[in-house]
Design a protein around this ligand. Structure first.
Ligand code: TXA
Ligand code: MG
Length: 310
């Protein structure tokens, strides 16, 4: 039987039997294991090559399940954000309930949970009948997958099954908000703009920019393709830079958001992967305005452009 399937019940049965199943969400594909199955969780870390102290997000079928994963009463801010934004690209950090395995939380006092805005994922989660812990379905430090083919390219035979839910409609990861602090803090910019969170809460949230790593895995050089990534501010600069690179014999692609930032986000990771697959030397990217989805895109672009050598 093929590893790639559209059969939700088959994928749910594989998860219940202790399997590791990649599945689509609206953001990126996840590499899922039943959240209480510690041996399946160990395989997720092994397949990704991810340090075991990096916590995983638990995916839930329904926002009413939030309370069952939280210790104590659900904080008003968490309840309001869940009500307004779920299903959708928002992860809430809440105080962990006692039953949540250390393998999920990396031994932390909090657990990250979200209800994905993707019909097939919700059907899968309902059929599993438990939370599904899932990091992005890429090898550690690489660009996240936004199609089933990307997962197959990265993880191939290592994963038991890939539930094909089509190309991801958002294309960058969820926004992560720590609701255990006052005011809540954005630890990772993503599919839900910070301004939308502020509108729900009726007050400002804190933005954690650089500095100490509060969400392990948010390393500077994450999301980097093998080719060089050059960031420019305007289409004219992109033209000038790509011409001069071509004169020097380099193979170049240009990625320009134009006016449709959501469309740009949807295609960004595929474009970075395609540049590598085509053996390009350089991808020149025009950065979008630094607000709403543009903030999340620019965060990923800075990481993609980061070179440890400077
Ligand atoms: O959109 C997404 O969030 C995707 C899809 C599959 O849901 N998932 C995803 O997972 O991006 P991952 O593991 O690649 O990134 C999750 C980030 C990591 O940086 C992790 O350290 C952080 O969330 N995280 C998860 N739980 C946490 C916790 N309790 N405390 C601090 N950081 C946490
Ligand atoms: Mg990831």
């Amino acid at each position: 039987m093929s590893r790639v399937t559209i059969d939700v019940d088959r994928a749910a049965a594989a998860l219940r039997a202790g399997g590791v199943v990649a599945f689509a969400t609206e953001t990126v594909y996840g590499l899922g294991a039943q959240a209480h199955d510690v041996s399946a969780l160990a395989r997720v870390f092994a397949i990704k090559g991810r340090p075991t102290d990096h916590p995983l997000i638990v995916h839930l079928a329904d926002r009413n399940e939030l309370a069952a994963w939280t210790s104590g009463p659900v904080a008003p801010a968490a309840a309001a954000l869940a009500e307004a934004c779920w299903p959708g690209p928002l992860t809430l950090l809440v105080p962990r309930a006692a039953h949540v395995p250390d393998a999920v939380t990396g031994g932390r006092a909090t657990v990250g949970v979200r209800v994905p805005g993707h019909a097939q994922a919700l059907a899968l989660l309902a059929a599993v009948g438990d939370g599904v812990a899932a990091p992005s379905a890429n090898r550690f430090g690489r660009v996240s997958p936004t199609t089933a083919q990307h997962v197959l390219d990265d993880l191939g035979d290592d994963v038991d099954m890939i539930l094909d839910g089509g190309p991801c409609t958002v294309g960058i990861e969820s926004t992560i908000v720590d609701t255990t602090v006052e005011p809540p803090e954005v630890l990772r910019h993503g599919g839900i703009p910070a301004a939308q969170l502020e509108a729900v809460l009726g007050h400002a949230v804190r933005w954690v920019a650089e500095g100490p790593v509060r969400a392990p895995g948010m390393l500077a050089a994450h999301y980097a393709p093998s080719c060089r990534v050059e960031l420019v501010a305007t289409s004219a600069e992109a033209d000038a830079l790509s011409s001069s690179e071509r004169r020097r014999g380099k193979r170049v692609a240009v990625h320009d958001p134009g006016s449709d930032v959501a469309h740009f986000a949807r295609g960004l990771y595929a474009a970075l992967r395609a540049a590598d697959d085509a053996g390009l030397d350089v991808i020149v990217v025009v950065t979008p305005d630094d607000d709403a989805l543009g903030t999340a895109i620019n965060d990923r672009l800075r990481r993609a452009a980061h070179r440890l050598s400077g």
